[in-house]
Design a protein around this ligand. Structure first.
Ligand SMILES: Nc1ncnc2c1ncn2[C@@H]1O[C@H](COP(=O)(O)OP(=O)(O)OP(=O)(O)O)[C@@H](O)[C@H]1O
Ligand SMILES: [Mg+2]
Length: 549
């Protein structure tokens, strides 16, 4: 990626008022450049006074004042730059996370799960390798111009000679490391994502790793992934450091040569003294600044892979943060008309030619072998997926993408593999509810048959369930998911094998709870394999290879 494109990305990601702050930063930077110039001028004046043998107090005072002011401006620049950079970085990380949250269901399912996690690494890397250096470089460049102007004003031939040789050194050393920088930068992007994917796998597959005696293998694989990342980072930073070392060491030689050349001019060393002192001070200030500019350029050019990923993420649609719409009225029926659905990348449709009517208040069982399309059908009814052909109608109105959020407010769902958060029972049941209604939570607990467990636990509803609910039994986890769905007063309840792990007694309990819900008008779509669950249903719809059987 070109540094210019990076620059455009950065400006686009600036926080509110960022451009104004950028303006303040630019003014402070220009002031900084002026003070660097003044500092050099004051030094030259001071030395001239000394050489003339006149009183140097005034010039000395001026020099001290200029030095202090230049220092203060540099400090202000540091503060402004860091603040702007980290604010922008923060906005960037939040913006990326919002885009991850804005993804629709199919995009989410198809994406690599480590992507959203790695996005945070990308954003940080982008901040440290692109934005911060760029801001610092911009500041450094103006300061450097101030110093250069000072040197040129003092002794143009000497300044031009020194600057020319130094520039050549910079260009040559950059050409030397360019390829290496780019390769290392490309490896970083993959490295971050692979590392997170590996950690996720370890956490998710711990049981398999223990029982399969494969923990050593996993550790070794992780070591290799991280070693590659460490190598890439080492290579990147080392290559970035080469120009600095080269210029710093050869810069001294250049300075000595210029001194030798100056001493040979008319007036000898004494006449050359102010120039030499200014060149010395100039070089001491200028070199680190030029290095900063150079390093930033390299960082921008070499971390293109990461910036591409960030740009791709930022190009995804942003999340609509307006409050959720009121629930879509649902009075009479859900109708599927000639619905076909094909997952991306699959030849065979998961569902084909489905005509199905679900009346309000009905309890319908969906049955069929594994992979016959039951969960897909439920996802279409819930608006998580859109038909490839045909339509879903709610009370006769086609369920468009625009209506989907309003429709989804009617839906409570227990997925086939429910998500359990690492928090308390209460927070899991009243999931994402900022002010949980304890009475409704207790009702849901009772309906889902979790009351005995809650009564037994010393902390009751405040008991933490562990990461992914691992401190609960499989059946308890399932009942927790049921309680979460029952907490939501929704007219449509979709249960995707929600009782598959329940013992017969618990299943009977849930069935009677469903009777109660149906009496209150809840429409229930349940996917089940067991006859006991189908027994209480008004109808059983059977699927086979994506078609109604
Ligand atoms: N995200 C996906 N991408 C591609 N294909 C998918 C996806 N999800 C499911 N499928 C495929 O769609 C078909 C129907 O899957 P679905 O999950 O609807 O089956 P199911 O009837 O719920 O099965 P089970 O009883 O195993 O839960 C299967 O062939 C499956 O491989
Ligand atoms: Mg399924």
């Amino acid at each position: 990626m070109s540094p210019l494109r990076s620059l455009r990305l950065i400006v686009a990601a600036l926080p509110d008022g960022g451009r104004r702050r950028l303006g303040v930063l630019a003014l402070a930077t220009i002031a900084g450049g002026l003070f660097e110039f003044a500092l050099l001028a004051a030094l030259v004046m001071l030395i001239r006074r000394w050489l003339d043998g006149g009183g140097a107090e005034g010039a000395a005072l001026l020099f001290v004042a200029a030095a202090l002011a230049a220092g203060a401006i540099r400090f202000a620049l540091l503060v402004l730059t860091q603040r702007l950079a980290f604010d922008t970085g923060h906005r960037l990380i939040v913006a990326v996370q919002r885009r991850v949250l804005a993804r629709d269901w199919p995009t989410h399912v198809a994406a690599r799960t480590s992507g959203p996690l790695a996005a945070i690494d990308f954003a940080e890397q982008w901040l440290f390798s692109a934005l911060l250096p760029l801001l610092q470089a911009a500041g450094a460049l103006v300061l450097a111009v101030g110093i250069l102007a000072g040197l040129l004003w003092l002794d143009a031939p000497a300044a031009l000679a020194a600057a020319g040789v130094l520039s050549l050194l910079f260009v040559a050393s950059n050409l030397l490391v360019r390829g290496r920088l780019r390769r290392a930068g490309d490896e970083l992007g993959d490295g971050f994502e692979n590392r997170i994917a590996a950690v996720q796998e370890h956490v998710g597959a711990m049981r398999e790793l223990i029982l399969g005696g494969a923990r050593g293998q996993a550790a070794e694989r992780f070591r290799r992934i991280d070693a590659r990342l460490a190598d890439a980072r080492t290579a990147l930073l080392t290559a970035q450091g080469v120009p600095r070392i080269l210029v710093e060491s050869l810069g001294l030689v250049v300075l000595a040569l210029v001194a030798w050349w100056l001493a040979g001019r008319e007036g000898g060393l004494a006449a050359a003294l102010p120039t030499l002192a200014a060149l010395g001070l100039g070089a001491q200030r200028l070199l680190p600044l030029l290095q900063q500019v150079n390093q930033s350029y390299n960082a921008l050019a070499s971390t293109g892979a990461i910036q591409e990923r960030m740009a791709a993420l930022l190009a995804e649609p942003d999340l609509d943060l307006s409050p959720p719409p009121p629930a879509l009225p649902f009075a009479t029926e859900i109708r599927l008309e000639d619905v076909t659905f094909r997952y991306p990348g699959r030849d065979e449709p998961a569902l084909a030619g489905i005509d199905l009517l679900i009346r309000r208040g009905e309890r319908i069982a969906l049955a069929g072998p594994n992979g016959s399309g039951k969960s897909t059908l439920a996802d279409l009814v819930m608006g998580l997926l859109q038909p490839s052909h045909g339509q879903v109608l709610i009370d006769g109105t086609p369920l468009s993408r625009d209506l989907t959020p309003a429709w989804q407010r009617n839906v409570a769902h227990v997925p086939q593999s429910p998500f359990v958060a690492d928090t308390t029972l209460l927070a899991n049941i009243a999931f994402m509810d900022p002010s949980p209604d304890t009475r409704r939570v207790l009702d849901a607990v009772r309906l889902a048959g979790l009351d005995e467990l809650v009564a037994m636990l010393p902390d009751g509803l405040a008991t933490r369930v562990g990461d992914r609910g691992q401190l609960l039994s499989g059946g308890q986890r399932q009942r927790l998911a049921l309680a979460r769905a029952l907490y939501r007063p929704a007219p449509l309840l979709v249960l995707d094998e929600a009782t598959s792990a329940l013992d017969p007694g618990s299943e009977a309990h849930v069935l009677s709870a469903l009777d109660g819900l149906q009496e209150r008008g809840t429409t229930i779509l349940l996917i089940a394999h067991r006859d006991t669950m189908m027994a209480g249903c008004d109808r059983v719809v059977r699927l086979k290879s994506g078609r109604l059987a």
